[in-house]
Design a protein around this ligand. Sequence first.
Ligand code: FAD
Ligand code: NAP
Ligand code: SF4
Length: 682
Amino acid sequence: MATPYPNLLAPLDLGFTTLANRVVMGSMHTGLEDRLWHRKKLAAYFAERARGGVGLIITGGFNPNRSGWFYPFSGSMINMADALSHRIVTREVHKAGGKICMQLLHAGRYSYHPLSRSASAIKSPINPFKPKAMSTKEVERTVKDFARAAKLAKRAGYDGVELMGSEGYLINQFTAPRTNQRTDKYGGSSENRRRFPVEIVEAVRKACGKDFIVVFRMSMMDLVPGGSTREEILALAPELEKAGVTILNSGIGWHEARVPTIVTSVPRAAFADLTANVKDVVSIPVIASNRINMPDVAEGILASGKADMVSMARPMLADAHWVNKAAANQADEINTCIACNQACLDHTFKLQRATCLVNPQACFETELVYLKTRKPRKVAVVGAGPAGMSCATIAAERGHDVTLFDADDRIGGQFNMAARIPGKEEFWETIRYFGKRIEKTGVKLVLGRRIEHGELEKEGFDDVVIATGVLPRKPPIDGVNHPKVVSYVDVLRGEVEVGNRVALIGAGGIGFDVGEFLVHAKRASYKDAQSTESWLREWGVDFSSDAPGGLEKPDVEPPVREVYLLQRKTTSLGKDLGKTSGWVHRAVLQKKGVKMMKGCSYEKIDDQGLHILQGDEPVLLEVDTVVLCAGQESRKELYELATADKATAKGPSYHLIGGAELAAELDAKRAIRQGAELAAGL
Ligand code: FAD
Ligand code: NAP
Ligand code: SF4
């Protein structure tokens, strides 16, 4: 059968070597880079992706010298001992048929230590340490350090290196006037600011010879005030080609940019046109990146000639076998990255090992293993939310006889509500993925059946897994039963009419999400994501702009409702949202004029609206609707009754997972991992 992805699966001949297809696993720091004793795990993680068919792997960033450390003692490529420690990684990847480049990254003013260096002594808004400006000699030495690191990477068996020139790291700090105010040959004019990256490429090429892949990741748009202009970016690319780059990769935006570039609300492939602009001015292959997560999206970019390859980092965490599934025409079996950042980037920024919300095996390849069982058991899983679906499908894959029950007429649990939030449409993919897994692994699915206490004991199950999730909390506020009070469940399921003026009680993840749901206009279908054009307009990004950093004035659609978001705590609202995504949720609601109120105590709800005290001050919010988003409580009575009931002592073993076990601090990451760990041990 002809493949629907001919461009994606076409080999790429680089002259001295050929890549099997057009998929690059983009660089991503996982936390397995820094310590020698993690090398085996790092090797297993990459080898699994090589077995999964990816054309080229790029490692997380390794620092070419100590001043370039991310933080003290982060993974570096400085001496022969460093190189030798990587042999296991390159050997395992090559054994699995893959190709791998090491990324060389000098963090510059993003270094989290007091000895950091940059082009100029200008502190980053996201780092407490102010860098020292490098002397001219130091810059020249750093060029040599990059070349030495590349040569060591070659000795370690790498097929090439990627030079990290984007995202606001050191090389990018030299190219942009925002951070480069030098007066020597490395600063001032655009030509001078390009000198540092060009010299690095020349030195690396000289050190490593012709037959070595040199990828340069350049910033296609800085998205910060004082960033490079479009003209400067288009001038840099041909110079890099001339200096000896094999492939140009795309980086979008600096870490300190206030425009989101990878979170789930960024439309798929939103930035591919920037890569296309650069492709027009060079003759070497270019790679498109950011929010490419499914084969049809990738194929569309390649078929339209915008790029020669696509880079995916997080999607390779979510599904190591992404390429093989695309090649086998099984895209509907891909475990899609939903761009939540919860288990990958949020972990990295907290110095925890990265993994994946939808794939808890990622970076735990040697620890979380799903072996075929020798003693098949009859297992009932009650609740087809993320926890139950994860547990049921892995248990069935291992050879157990699994029945999955849900009271609802569909699988997915709360993900059916999450996916209705504007900008979270990717969550449908997880429901689709598990639906396919249920079919493929032979789980018997029973929908529309609410399990009552005592029912399953008669059906001969060895194990009963209770994954019944949560119930929304109804806080004891005077007037909470007034007709204008509704729960977030009623709102998101479309079961109630919501007025024009709304107060949301509770400002956790769900309060913020319901806020987004209510300020945006109703869409024809909940599956419709925002168009790239309208999204770029709202964030003030213009690809044709000559303004530094590509930033123009945002043009935000007015909100369709007036919304108040309230909490009792006196801390800032949204403080506990995801580290790398929370600021986006806060910014969207602010742009849409949502009034955020902290330190509230709820007095009563009546025909007039919601009466609160803010501090000692009485305030009346004259709203038509009050939506309760005040957290949840576990739905665990099935487990409690069964385990309390002596008669079941000889019956099945009971297990409790997900929200049913613990509602506080529950998220889908914990639910899915708990389901997987239980299933791996059954
Ligand atoms: P649930 O998803 O609640 O599933 C429980 C299932 O059990 C339901 O399908 C229910 O019908 C079934 N059930 C209950 N009782 C019975 C019974 N007696 N018999 C049969 N079936 C029964 N989490 C994140 O990590 N990131 C997010 O961005 C995120 N966004 C969210 C946005 C919204 C709007 C909402 C509502 C939630 C969001 N969550 C998010 C939370 C996430 O969805 C939950 O953490 C996750 O769904 C919990 O999984 P679970 O399987 O434990 O429970
Ligand atoms: P939550 O984060 O625990 O927030 C509950 C909110 O309700 C808080 O603002 C709390 O603030 C308030 N509250 C608690 N008890 C109350 C009471 N008795 N009366 C009035 N207000 C009360 O829970 P959630 O928003 O329901 O979200 C559930 C889970 O889903 C979260 O743990 C989250 O991880 C996950 N989720 C994640 C995302 C995401 O983007 N990552 C999005 C949605 C959901 P005060 O106590 O200060 O009033
Ligand atoms: Fe993608 Fe979320 Fe997994 Fe990260 S944790 S790889 S963003 S699905």
